[in-house]
Design a protein around this ligand. Structure first.
Ligand code: NAD
Length: 470
């Protein structure tokens, strides 16, 4: 098979005896074999990155931006191939806000990293004195990602880092290595050798990357538990950190909301990627005057929404990506049942579709204190909590340790804004939840992490500030 006819999957998979079988999330069939790199491979990648980084930094912004735009074109040229691989490995369907959407976002965020303007800032001009703030490359960025939006999140980490003149070593989740390896293969068709390397290993390789003495920055997206470990393991290198961690986002539906007009956005704010989204709506507080109506509308949509194998046209909900997450969702729904909550729709596996499918689930008559409300479910099961007093709903929304996103739903813009100002989260959305834009910075507070990605703020986060003063 020549390079020209080989698919991306052909190019990244290794022989069965040299790698790990990666299953199709919907069927369990083996898609291909991913290399299992070792700590020695990681050391070699970091050494190569160190060698390549100086010339990459010297290339300058214009040339790096040109290359990133070329990469975005190439992602678009391979979009269907990438989307099919992503759909199989991650489970998200091709249709809906899923695999094709994610690959489109990869191109969009790469272009944005290429085209965002970052000029030196004049800090002081007085007589002969002048001070400017520049942003220079940091060196080597370690990018560690999760399995839920594996390609898009890898791009969020890689593209700004590369644009700013850093070399990158990327460590995909052990659940979704193929998607990221395929994406890195596309990137590397345009980059000098050593500037970007994927190290596809287990959690130990992630730990070794985070603790590596020669690393200057870690971009991490994953769980709060792992985020805490990374803070500890980077204490020797003093690598700077951007930590995008878990969320347990609350949404508050005010009495002034029009349920009919918010239903669609509310549903997708909850169930996007079958609930496996960091900034999805995970606890919904609804005023008692609209409570039954919201529960009914969500339950009706959950029942109608096509779920199944992601490659079949029309499906918009898929399986849980892995058994561990499937078990978490099942346990939380069972706990809610035992607690006395009402499972309005779903509440059980959809085994006829495949081993990891779980029916979209709406749970009513539940309160804070039930584990489905207090813990991040990261799957298709939403607790809907009744409230009477909006101050109480805000207090309950803010009682979480997490602070990634939050939302408020209302037809009254002033009322919505007043609530938005009081919610503790990195982003508060009004009449939407989880909508992201490459121009608008995104990041969490409290245990959801720190540092912001995207736009000018995102470029600054992967650069060293440097004052030039005379
Ligand atoms: P995880 O923390 O288990 O794993 C994430 C990555 O860290 C994987 O690549 C893993 O191999 C690596 N890793 C594991 N142990 C490590 C260590 N000690 N040092 C360094 N790396 C290590 O998370 P996950 O299960 O893949 O993802 C789900 C979680 O991620 C959820 O809590 C979700 O909310 C969160 N998440 C957050 C965002 C965000 O932007 N805030 C986005 C997506 C997912």
């Amino acid at each position: 098979m020549s390079e020209a006819t080989a698919t991306l999957l052909d190019l990244i998979t290794v022989p069965p005896d040299a790698g790990r079988a990666i299953p199709d999330a919907a069927t369990g069939e083996t898609i291909g074999y991913a290399p299992v790199h070792t700590v020695a491979d990681l050391d070699a990648a970091i050494e190569a990155a160190r060698k390549a980084q100086t010339a990459w930094a010297r290339l300058g912004h214009a040339e790096r931006s040109r290359l990133l735009n070329e990469i975005a074109d190439d992602i678009e040229a391979h979009s269907e191939e990438l989307a099919v691989l992503l759909s199989r490995e991650q489970g998200k369907p091709l249709d809906g806000p899923n695999a094709r959407f994610e690959v489109g976002a990869c191109a969009a965020w790469t272009r944005n990293a290429a085209d965002t303007v970052l000029e030196p800032e004049v800090l002081l001009e007085a007589g002969d004195s002048r001070a400017e703030l520049h942003h220079v490359p940091l060196g080597i960025v370690g990018a560690i990602g999760p399995w839920n939006w594996p390609m898009m999140i890898a791009v969020w980490q890689m593209a700004p880092s590369l644009r700013m003149g850093n070399a990158v070593v990327v460590k995909p989740s052990e659940y979704t290595p193929l998607s990221v390896l395929a994406l890195v293969e596309v990137f590397n068709r345009h980059l000098p050798q050593g500037v970007l390397t994927a190290v596809s290993g287990d959690r130990e390789v992630g730990a070794a990357l985070a603790a590596h003495p020669d690393l200057d920055k870690i971009m991490f997206t994953g769980s709060t538990t792992t985020g805490r470990k990374i803070v500890e393991s980077s204490s020797h290198s003093l690598a700077r950190l951007t930590l995008e961690l878990g969320g347990n986002d609350a949404g508050i539906v005010l009495p002034s909301a029009d349920v009919g007009s918010i239903a669609e956005d509310l549903f997708w704010g909850i169930f996007i990627n079958t609930g496996q989204t960091c900034a999805a709506l995970k606890r919904l507080y609804v005023h008692e005057s609209l409570y039954e109506q919201v529960v009914d509308v969500l339950a009706g949509m959950a029942e109608r929404m096509p779920m199944g194998n992601g490659l079949e046209p029309g499906n918009v909900l898929g399986p849980l990506q892995n058994r561990k997450q499937f078990d978490i969702v099942s346990r939380l729904v069972e706990d809610a049942r035992r607690w006395g909550a009402r499972v309005v729709v779903g509440g059980e596996p959809a085994t006829e579709l495949g081993p990891l499918f779980y029916r979209p689930t709406v749970v009513a008559d539940i309160e804070d204190g039930a584990s489905l409300v207090d813990e991040e479910q990261f799957g298709p099961a939403i607790p809907v909590i009744r409230y009477t007093d909006v101050d109480d709903a805000i207090a309950r929304a803010n009682a979480s340790e997490q602070g990634l996103g939050a939302s408020v739903w209302s037809d009254d813009p002033d009322a919505a804004l007043a609530v938005a100002e009081r919610l503790e989260a990195g982003t508060v959305w009004i009449n939407q939840h989880g909508a992201l834009n490459p121009l608008v910075p995104f990041g969490g507070i409290k245990s959801s992490g720190y540092g912001m990605e995207f736009g000018v703020q995102g470029l600054k986060a992967v650069a060293a500030p440097k004052v030039v003063s005379r």
